[in-house]
Structure formats: structure tokens, C-alpha cells
Design a protein around this ligand. Sequence first.
Ligand code: AMP
Ligand code: FE
Ligand code: FE
Ligand code: ZN
Length: 286
Amino acid sequence: MRIDLHAHTTCSDGTRTPSELIDDARAAGLDAVAITDHDTTVGWEEAGAAAMERGIALVPGVEISCERGGRSVHLLGYLLDPSDGPLTAELAKARESRATRLERMVALLAADGIPLTYAAVLAQVPPGATPGRPHIADALVAAEVVASRDEAFARWLHDQSPYYVHHYAPDPLLAVELVRAAGGVPVLAHPFAATRGAVQLSGEAIGQLADAGLAGLEADHPDHDASARARARALAARLGLFVTGSSDYHGSGKTTRLGDNLTDPLVLAALEGAGSGSPVIRRSGH
Ligand code: AMP
Ligand code: FE
Ligand code: FE
Ligand code: ZN
């Protein structure tokens, strides 16, 4: 069984639609894939229908952008109830803040003579999707101001850019509580990634999340070297958490390929046992 538990689509910052993600999962020889767009569950329905058609198991999920001490922490939530009131309200609040923030970034860029409008950026965001800096990059590519997302980030959109504007994101402790209350299973994404200004929570802080219901750590991830993977495994063993592996696939938005890291089938079974908000979507008999 080949299981990849972290992938993005055009519903956030991936470049493949939910159906195309399932096509890619099939091409990568996966038996199961999770859809984990940032701060939205809007892609679940399309991905679920495609997964049923193609005989792939779909693990419905979300990657919640969180913040602690001014820095970014990502929490994966699997098998949660997508209609849960408090969780839905929190995700909507985050998306709203992201939209306002993009509008402000566009105003700053335009004031400096970079030819861009907020309408052009919104044209890059599918309905219900989570707006992000990659959509500004896509608008700049569409207008032929830059050649690629990477160029847009390197010149104007990176974290230290004068055009960078902050957006609201919940503390990871609140996110763990909300995912659990929605019947979901919270897993800390790439906890020891050293890239892109991601914060590394201390073992003590991760212990507090575990006390609040954190169920797992994503140990095998493209942004983890061998020592980060070993650290995640050791901490998971100490805290009684399970470990997952995944590619964090973004289509052509990042270089990782689907299936680059995999999750043990026993872990998927444990995850299914722990989640009660939504089922894994699979054909009966599989
Ligand atoms: P946001 O959530 O709007 O702050 O945007 C962050 C997203 O931008 C990340 O999830 C990546 O997908 C993408 N990103 C961040 N840095 C870069 C970069 N240097 N090149 C391309 N994409 C990037
Ligand atoms: Fe992303
Ligand atoms: Fe992430
Ligand atoms: Zn991700």
C-alpha cells in the first residue's frame, strides 16, 4: 500500500485541480492520497468523486496555517466534519484575512509602479479557494511581468519583502482543539522543517499540543533531512504520537513529486480509528 497524506490543489496553492490530483495519484501508483489544502475543505467533493471513479482512497484533510510568536506553524487535520461551526468559522476568518492582506500587498506593489490590480489577482483564485501569495505570482506571470512563481517570490513576494503583509492565523493549540472538536485527527506538519522561516516548536510546546489532542507528527517530509526525521520519530515515540510521511505535493508549484514520502498502512488505520467527523472516501470492497 502506497499512502501519501499531504497534497495541495488549485483550492489553495497547488497547480492541479482536485480531479487532476487524483489522476496524479494514480500515475504515481498510490493507493491512498490526502487532499490537504490550506485553510479550506472546498476541494473534497470533486476529489472524492474522482477518487471513487478511479479506485483511489481519498483521505479528506486540511492544512491550517497557524502562527506562534510571529512565525508560521502548519497543522494538518484529517477526517474532520467540514460543516462543524467553530472550525468553519475559524477557517473563514483566516481566508477573509488572507484576502484583505492580498489586497494590501497589491496596493503596495502598484504604488511602486508594478503593473497589477486586485481584480487580476482574484481572477487567479477559483471559487472557495484560499487566496495566497502564489495567486499574486500567477497574476504577474499572466501579465508577463515575471516568468514564474519563483521569480515573483524572489523579487517581491518573499517573507522579508517590503511588500509583505501579515495575515491572521490561529495559534496551533486552538487549531488542535478545533480539529478535535470537529471529530478530526490533528497531525503537526513538517515540525522540524528549516526552510522558509518556519518556526520549530520546542519539544515542550509539542508536548502541550499532544496534551490537547495532537495525534501525530509528519516525520518524513521533503523539508526534513535525516536528522529532522530522526528527531520527529524520537519525539513521537516519547509523546505516544504516530508518525506520517508525505510529499506535500503542490503540482508544479513545488519540486516534490507525489509519493516521494509514504505513510505506513497501520498508521492510516489508526488515523481512521481516531477520526469521526468524515470517513475515508473509497469504493466498497477496497
Ligand atoms: P501565503 O500562504 O500566502 O503566505 O503563501 C505561502 C505559499 O507561497 C507557500 O505555501 C508556498 O506554496 C508559496 N511559496 C513560498 N515561498 C515561495 C517561493 N520562494 N517560491 C515559490 N513559492 C513560494
Ligand atoms: Fe503550500
Ligand atoms: Fe505546510
Ligand atoms: Zn502543505
